[in-house]
Design a protein around this ligand. Structure first.
Ligand code: PNS
Length: 166
């Protein structure tokens, strides 16, 4: 069975990520979507929230499993017995970082290879960082994330605003 690992911060998942997940799920028998549990990155959403949002958005894709991991990605790949890491490439600006990660991961675990899928032109400018920025001002994020995720974003920023008022 050909399995692939699609890892990331997913803070939050965007249409760009969903596009990569869908396309990878057409290529591989199973795609394991793994959310990085890294407290140092100070994410907007907890790892549980990010996993749940991904589960909700991929619920119709039967060969997609969502989970989280901490530590090195190659250690998790080994644990899961997966040899292919999938990453999306949006633009040439992504390339240097992605190349470094792919080469590092291959050096750390030679049986692991990284496969790049080029992000659909529709979403090539979308990033979780930009989505958070727009949502923090209650801007319209409907072109970047599903409605369910947009609501989570607005609720989260409302919560944060309330906390700062106390
Ligand atoms: O969505 P992101 O933030 O671009 O994803 C980056 C991610 C999670 C794939 C990367 O940071 C990662 O794999 N982190 C785990 C630690 C690790 O294995 N580092 C070595 C690879 S350079």
């Amino acid at each position: 069975m050909a399995r692939a690992l699609y890892s990331g911060s997913f803070d939050p998942v965007t249409y760009g990520h969903i596009d990569i997940i869908k396309r990878a799920s057409n290529i591989f028998d199973q795609v394991v979507v793994a959310v990085l549990n890294n407290k140092a990155k100070n994410p907007l959403f907890s790892v549980e929230e990010r996993v749940n949002m991904l589960k909700e958005t991929t619920k119709d894709l039967k060969n997609v499993k969502v989970t989280s991991f901490s530590g090195l990605l190659v250690d998790f790949a080994k644990e899961e017995n997966i040899n292919v890491i999938v990453r999306g490439l949006r633009a040439v600006t992504d390339f240097e970082y992605e190349l470094q990660m792919a080469q590092t991961n291959h050096e750390l675990l030679p049986e692991v290879d990284t496969m790049f899928l080029t992000t659909s032109i529709l979403y090539s400018y979308v990033s979780s960082t930009i989505v958070r920025e727009v949502a923090s001002y209650h801007g319209d994020v409907s072109h970047f994330v599903p409605e369910y995720i947009a609501q989570k974003l607005y609720n989260k920023y409302d919560e944060i605003q309330k906390m700062h008022k106390v």
